[in-house]
Design a protein around this ligand. Structure first.
Ligand SMILES: NC(=O)c1ccc[n+]([C@@H]2O[C@H](COP(=O)([O-])OP(=O)(O)OC[C@H]3O[C@@H](n4cnc5c(N)ncnc54)[C@H](OP(=O)(O)O)[C@@H]3O)[C@@H](O)[C@H]2O)c1
Length: 280
């Protein structure tokens, strides 16, 4: 069983939420971390809070959608630690709104962050993992990668794409000893909802014929707060996957995520679609 202590782990989106909690948990377990995100102040504060007691780490400020930043991240990790053992592909955000009204450019932008740039970074890391015949890719998917909801199909489709990419990659890398897993968080209290709201405000404020349904959608989100998980629920799963010789293909947390995924699997498609339809 690979020990977490000493593993060199790259975490994207480490400046808040699930990425930050993952950094804290892995640092406590002795992993050597390379933290990546755009907000320099947040990364620096996290690095300061981990550094004095913990193993050595590196914070790299950058935008995952920028090729030069991705290269700089991988080069900096190799220069500092001489190797990479794992990549946690966590950076992401959501765009909301009725598909009819979402400018295709915003759809493209969401895919650029959540899918294309994630793949491009993975492609930079993989030659090193393959050469050492070990390592792990952990993709942070979502329950939304299995269950697409009205007014959320843009974000949900990025996570559906990630499911397929992860499954394909897992088989491709198996002969090289590189493990690949997907984690499906349910609703977790982070900055995600606020960021999604900001990214989607212009669409939601001009929702036209869909406007009467927004209240029901928002109320649904409010209800989710009562069963929400915390970022460390997901960090625990990342740690478990990285410490396993043979991680599960998929993990889910917290409990409501497992229940929703179970219902999606169990219920006839029409009944499930009725459950997740728009309501006023
Ligand atoms: N919270 C949930 O309910 C939930 C549920 C299912 C899945 N997820 C997934 O979990 C992951 C983490 O989200 P979270 O909930 O922890 O939200 P969050 O607190 O908003 O964190 C998102 C992270 O991604 C980073 N990021 C976004 N765009 C980036 C870019 N272009 N370049 C570099 N970093 C970027 C952000 O950092 P900067 O802004 O500093 O760049 C931030 O650190 C996402 O993939 C999300 O889809 C979340």
């Amino acid at each position: 069983m690979p020990s977490l202590a000493g593993q060199v782990v790259l975490i994207t989106g480490a400046s808040s939420g699930i990425g930050e909690a993952t950094a804290r948990r892995l640092a406590r377990a002795g992993a050597r971390l390379v933290l990546f995100a755009r907000r320099e102040d947040r990364l620096a504060a996290l690095a300061r809070s981990l550094a004095p007691a913990g193993p050595p780490l590196l914070a790299v400020t950058g935008d995952i959608t920028v090729e030069a930043d991705r290269r700089r991240l991988v080069d900096a990790a190799l220069e500092k630690f001489g190797r990479i053992d794992a990549l946690v592909n966590n950076a992401g955000y959501g765009t909301r709104g009725p598909l009819e009204l979402v400018p295709v450019e915003l759809l493209r932008r969401n895919f650029e962050t959540n899918v294309f740039s994630l793949v491009a970074l993975t492609q930079l890391v993989l030659p090193h993992l393959r050469a050492q015949r070990s390592g792990c890719i952990v993709n942070i998917g979502s329950v939304a990668g299995r269950i697409a909801r009205p007014l959320s199909s843009v974000y949900d489709s990025t996570k559906h794409a990630l499911e397929a990419l992860t499954d394909g990659l897992r088989g491709e890398l198996q002969p090289f000893g590189v493990r690949v897993t997907l984690i499906r968080p349910g609703f977790i209290l982070t900055e995600f909802a606020d960021t999604a709201h900001r990214a989607s405000e212009p669409i939601l404020e001009n929702a036209g014929p869909y406007a009467p349904y927004l209240g029901g959608f928002r109320a649904g989100y409010q209800k989710l707060h009562r069963i929400a998980g915390v970022p460390d629920d997901i960090a625990q799963l990342v740690a478990r996957a990285l410490a396993s010789d043979c991680p599960a293909p998929r993990y889910a947390a917290p409990l409501h995520a497992k229940i929703f995924l179970g219902l999606r699997w169990l219920l006839p498609a029409r009944l499930f679609a009725w459950l997740v339809r728009l309501r006023t």
